[in-house]
Design a protein around this ligand. Structure first.
Ligand code: C2E
Ligand code: MG
Ligand code: MG
Ligand code: MG
Length: 290
């Protein structure tokens, strides 16, 4: 960024930086308002059992219904939240909303688990485990209905603190998933010592399954690895029937992807799944999710 070390080692801002408002600071201020004004929304994508085709649960994916810029994907604002203290209220908001929605679909007879994505910074303090515990008991949702997805990168970020927080979450009966598995740095011994119940294979490997021999070898061994750790294995980003068939033959347990459904507001997901009709592309967030 624009700055120079002054004589005391303190960063001195160049005068011209005032003429280039820091985009990230603008987004940060706007996002703070967005949280207050309830402009965030959750879309959900089902996780299916590859064998039976049954819906196991749904993953909550946050979007920002921006008053001027429209529906924004997480890539537009999550990095800013993660660099500031905003990630804490944001994650709390997502958890509260996801738990509330889970209660509503349970009342409609849909026994789905709900998965919420957790950022690296959330795992830096045990307060987070207490916050989640409080939200879950407040909501009345059974703890095993809530899955927390943490990326491999988040587990490696501050590994000791993260392990402690993950243990505390698992001790409360919550299920832990390792997201984007295969691209991070989790060591096998770290994974074995964490109470992880699911690994999710990153979609960059899944996309290549139909024609890339190397990706097939990687995904095949990740499935074996996940099972030997006692985990369910979920593939993300499944877009074609060929890939779904390959995964099922390779012993993968569950899958998510545009092949079945794009993320959409839960009322649409519920209607589509109850009627087993695909959500029409126009009603979901197809464009912004890419
Ligand atoms: P993720 O948790 O790995 O989620 C999967 C992403 O892949 C989602 O993007 C989803 O829309 C997209 N996706 C699903 N199926 C397909 C497919 O078949 N093809 C392709 N090309 N994409 C597919 P999205 O919603 O943009 O989210 C991106 C990332 O942002 C998530 O990756 C997650 O790491 C993060 N994220 C989303 N919501 C939250 C949240 O509430 N809190 C936190 N901390 N992170 C979140
Ligand atoms: Mg995820
Ligand atoms: Mg993922
Ligand atoms: Mg991913």
């Amino acid at each position: 960024y624009q700055g120079k070390h002054g004589p005391t080692g303190v960063i001195v801002y160049e005068p011209d930086s005032a003429q280039h408002p820091n985009h990230s600071l603008v987004v940060q201020a706007e996002l703070r308002h967005a949280l207050e004004r309830d402009e965030l929304v959750l879309h959900y994508q089902p996780k299916l059992e590859l064998g039976s085709g049954e819906v196991h649960g749904v993953e909550a994916l946050v979007r920002w219904q921006h008053p001027e810029r429209g529906l924004l994907p997480p890539s537009e604002f999550l990095p800013v939240a993660e660099r500031s203290d905003l990630i804490e209220p944001l994650t709390t908001w997502v958890l509260r909303r996801a738990l509330r929605d889970q209660q509503e679909w349970t009342a409609q007879g849909l026994d789905w688990t709900v998965a919420v994505n957790i950022s690296a910074r959330n795992l830096s303090s045990l307060d987070f485990a207490r916050t989640v515990g409080g939200l879950v008991s407040e909501s009345g949702v059974h703890p095993d209905r809530l899955h927390l997805e943490v990326t491999e990168t988040a587990l490696a970020f501050d590994a000791d603190a993260a392990a402690e927080v993950v243990h505390a979450l698992a001790a409360q009966g919550l299920s832990i998933s390792v997201d984007d598995f295969g691209i991070g740095y989790t060591s096998l011994s770290q994974l074995r010592s964490l109470a992880v119940s699911e690994v999710k294979i990153d979609r960059t490997f899944v996309a290549g399954l139909s024609d890339n021999e190397q990706d097939r070898a990687i995904v095949g061994s990740v499935i074996g690895l996940g099972h030997s750790l006692g985990c369910m294995v979920t593939a993300e980003g499944v877009e074609t029937q060929d890939v779904a068939d390959w995964l099922q033959d390779a012993g993968c347990d569950r899958a998510q992807g545009f092949l079945w459904m794009r993320p959409a507001p839960w009322t649409q997901v519920a209607t589509a799944l109850q009627n087993r009709e695909p959500v029409s592309a126009g009603s979901s967030d197809e464009r912004s999710a890419r």
